[in-house]
Design a binder for this molecule. Structure first.
Ligand code: TYM
Length: 334
């Protein structure tokens, strides 16, 4: 609890441009939940270097991501938005937690298996211990709730295991967090291979919709979306392409699957794809406009970054000091 509210914590990597998967699976829920909780939204730029990055590009993307959080509706006066690399406590706690996490646990992580297969020339130790840094992020803030897409569920479960293990040795040090995974939008799939998650690192740009795509691009990509050889708009496991489009439409409009199936009864895939494309455009364009305005306001973004780094450090250091004391590190002599 912080200021009488439960704590909500989440973050995104500043690698590549965000897709509507990131938005519908996570960012949209952050905005919806932000009034109810005391919130920390972090830019995970330390996680990003587990894969090789161009330094100038990484710096630019971190700033763009933080600006996009605001453009999507996170109020920086009421919520703490900050860069992970501005709060050294993340890396310090991650080291300690590394010593309370087993190799076997980390080698079972599917994201590690996927990423090491994809970057076989750079299977670094950071890629392996990535979930421990994520656990440190969450546990530093005594977080109650962590809104994420379903692909992060396994990391959340590991975070809970690490917290409980640590607490069982040293007493109640960490709040054990719960994942918040929305009903719709929890797993937005590729538009080209709907059995695969939509990902910004996909080689085929037609597989994803970026939050910064313009209207024509969005409509074109939805028109090309892979469906099936039938004609009915029905949610079914045997129709992954159509079901994914229904999910996207449901998530953007708040309509239920049944309402959507009824709305498009007797209509063809062409009409449906166009409707999905237009709805997604209606959601994204205002965010893009706010983003463009905010980007021009350099001083404002700078002040958000400065103030929030201090605020985040203050809370993170409180937990870190407690942990250091528990494990037996001597206090500073002043
Ligand atoms: P990242 O950067 O891969 O993704 C950011 C968020 O977007 C969600 N997401 C999706 N949701 C639905 N459908 C999709 N296709 C889709 N693709 C991505 C992710 O589930 C995530 O919520 N390790 C994290 C970043 C992180 C973090 C944290 C998150 C670092 N520290 C602490 C929460 C708390 C990651 O790589 O997310």
């Amino acid at each position: 609890m912080l200021n009488g509210k439960k704590v909500l914590y989440s973050g995104m990597q500043s690698t590549g441009n965000l897709t509507i998967g990131n938005y519908l699976g996570a960012l949209k829920n952050w905005v919806n939940l932000s009034d109810e909780y005391e919130c920390f939204f972090m830019v995970a730029n330390e996680h990003s270097i587990t894969v090789r990055q161009d330094p100038a590009e990484l710096r630019k993307r971190a700033r763009a991501l933080l600006t996009l959080y605001i453009a999507a509706g996170i109020d920086p006066e009421k919520n703490c938005l900050y860069y992970q690399s501005h709060v050294p406590a993340h890396a310090e706690l991650a080291w300690i937690l590394n010593c309370y996490t087993y190799m076997g646990e980390l080698s079972r992580m599917t994201q590690y298996k996927d990423k090491s297969a994809k970057h076989a020339d750079n299977i670094n130790a950071g890629l392996f211990t990535y979930p421990v840094l994520m656990a440190a992020d969450i546990l530093l803030f005594q977080s109650d709730v962590v809104p994420v897409g379903i692909d992060q569920k396994q990391h959340l479960e590991l975070t809970r295991d690490i917290a409980m293990r640590f607490n069982s040795i040293y007493g109640d040090v960490f709040t054990v967090p719960e994942a918040y995974i929305g009903e719709v939008g929890r797993r937005i799939m590729s538009l080209q291979e709907p059995e695969k998650k939509m990902s910004k690192s996909d080689e085929n740009p037609n597989a994803y919709i970026l939050m910064m795509d313009d209207k024509d691009t969005i409509i074109r990509k939805f028109k090309r979306a892979v469906t099936d050889s039938e004609t009915c708009i029905k949610y079914s496991e045997s129709k992954p392409g159509v079901s994914n489009l229904i999910d996207i439409y449901a998530s953007c409009t708040g309509k239920s699957t049944a309402e959507i199936e009824k709305e498009f009864e007797g209509k063809g895939y062409g009409d449906f794809k166009l409707a999905v494309g237009e709805t997604v455009t209606d959601v994204l364009v205002p965010i893009q406009q706010r983003f463009a305005d905010l980007e021009k306001n350099k001083d404002y973004i700078d002040s958000v970054i400065k103030n929030n780094a201090e605020k985040a450090s203050y809370f993170a250091n409180k937990t870190l000091r407690k942990v250091q004391k528990k494990v037996g590190f001597p206090e500073l002599i002043r």
